[in-house]
Ligand binder design. Structure first.
Ligand code: HH2
Length: 280
């Protein structure tokens, strides 16, 4: 049974993508070795957890069959677990088949970017296994989420997101997932234009009405590129830091990032300042 660590400082979740384009093409074994080296680097830089994902959710990404996704993710989860017995490991998947095998291999948390919308078996699996759960807001399927950005958000996108995350929490509760195991995520960039992502970050305190800790994933995302003028995603680190720090001030406690060291340092300093203000 999993319990989230006390969120008495920002929780940094390092991103470990194991899609074919994220590592050199040296075969499965070489990819596992590379993924483990990357995970090790992120832990050394201060990650509290590692989020392993085998399916890209970028706009227009093609859906990956469960078998292929599991074949990418499971050996990496097992290798990271063997090296780091106590590290929080999450698996970024919408599929119960993949989640089950990743949990068997040592994952603690299921990070579902569909907020329990796409696979009806996933909530009961999570309830049975007692794993942690990230319920992220999105609309549509992994392949067509981007097109939903133009669909109906009213004047107040945050109200829609809070209502839809509320539905996700109800799906979890009905399946028997213990509320304390769940964190919620506004799904920055998912079925959202940049203006929606910005509005959501500004309105983040309202997500706290859901009563669960808030995780945000702003790392290298399109709105950061647009606002900073940095086209190359890997170079969007400073814009990412800015967004993470504001999210912290607005109540987020978990941060999914590619660049662990800058996030760790910035969030720890910002957190210390916030705490000093609270104590004054
Ligand atoms: N963003 C991506 C994937 N998974 N999970 C959560 N909980 N929150 C997020 O914001 C989130 C997520 C974005 O995925 P992708 O565009 O494939 O890129 P990367 O995984 O490199 O961030």
């Amino acid at each position: 049974m999993f319990t989230w660590p006390a969120l008495d400082r920002p929780f940094v979740l390092g991103i470990l993508n194991v899609t074919p384009d994220s590592f050199s093409d040296g075969g499965r074994h070489a990819r596992v070795e590379e993924a483990l080296a990357h995970a090790t680097r992120m832990v050394e830089e201060g990650a509290d957890g590692i989020d392993v994902g085998g399916e890209s959710t970028r706009p227009q990404a093609t859906a990956v069959a469960a078998e292929e996704e599991a074949a990418r993710v499971v050996p990496v989860v097992a290798a990271v677990r063997a090296r780091f017995p106590r590290l929080v490991i999450s698996v970024d998947t919408t599929k119960s088949v993949v989640a089950a095998r990743a949990l068997d291999a040592g994952a603690d948390v299921v990070n579902d970017v569909s907020g329990f919308r796409l696979d009806p078996e996933l909530p009961s699996l999570c309830a049975r296994r007692g794993c942690g759960v990230v319920l992220m807001h999105s609309r549509g399927t992994v392949a067509d989420m981007a097109s939903y950005a133009h669909a109906a958000y009213g004047d107040d996108p945050a109200a829609d997101v809070v209502a839809e995350l509320g539905s996700a929490l109800r799906r979890a509760a009905e399946a028997g997932v213990v509320p304390e195991r769940v964190v919620v995520d506004p799904g920055i960039g998912f079925a959202k234009r940049s203006e929606h992502s910005l509005a959501l970050l500004a309105a983040l305190p309202r997500l706290r009405s859901l009563g669960r800790p808030v995780l945000v994933g702003v790392s290298r995302k399109r709105f950061v590129g647009e606002l900073s003028g940095v086209k190359e995603p890997a170079l969007r680190v400073h814009g990412t830091t800015g967004a993470n720090v504001v999210a912290l001030v607005h109540g987020a406690r978990l941060f999914r990032v590619h660049d662990v060291r800058p996030a760790r340092e910035a969030l720890d300093v910002a957190w210390a300042v916030l705490r000093a203000g609270a104590a004054a």
